[in-house]
Design a protein around this ligand. Structure first.
Ligand SMILES: [Cu+2]
Length: 154
């Protein structure tokens, strides 16, 4: 009887622990396999480079996180069948270079880069303001079809 009293709480803890572990495992597997999960957030690498894939109809990643006052080189990789671009509105920034491919280029001080289908464009700038902004494709209806993302400057 004494042995049972000592033994019992441990068995109970073991069962609860095992069930918890299984529940966590199942939750983790479900989250990873769920196609509705938003794509991972994009963060610039140590050398300030970040690739954003454009396609019909969206960007990947959909959320980009940049650091204020740190130079970033965004490579717009057009993986789609038609021309796309990436434009950021309302962000105070020092534009260093915009190198587009295809027929569209931005105005002089715009944060804009275009990329022809199967091509890449490069946009280099220094964000000078923290906050949350939107980036999108300016071509007709592309934004409405899903070519829109969030840019966060920390
Ligand atoms: Cu587009």
């Amino acid at each position: 009887m004494v042995a049972r009293r000592i033994y019992h709480p441990f068995v109970h803890l073991f069962i609860v622990g095992t069930l918890l572990a299984i529940a966590l495992l199942v939750a983790a597997c479900t989250a990873n396999g769920d196609p509705r999960q938003p794509p991972a957030t994009g963060v610039a690498s140590a050398n300030g480079a970040l690739t954003v894939r454009a396609f019909e109809w969206g960007f990947e990643p959909e959320t980009i996180v940049l650091q204020r006052d740190e130079e970033v080189r965004i490579v717009l990789d057009n993986d789609g069948e038609i021309l796309h671009n990436l434009k950021i509105d309302g962000l105070e920034a020092e534009l260093i270079e915009s190198r587009s491919t295809g027929p569209l280029t931005g105005d002089e001080d715009q944060l804009f880069v275009g990329a022809d289908d199967g091509q890449q464009g490069t946009l280099i700038f220094v964000p000078q303001q923290s906050g949350e902004f939107t980036f999108y494709c300016t071509l007709e209806r592309h934004r409405q079809l899903g070519m829109e993302g969030t840019l966060i400057v920390e």
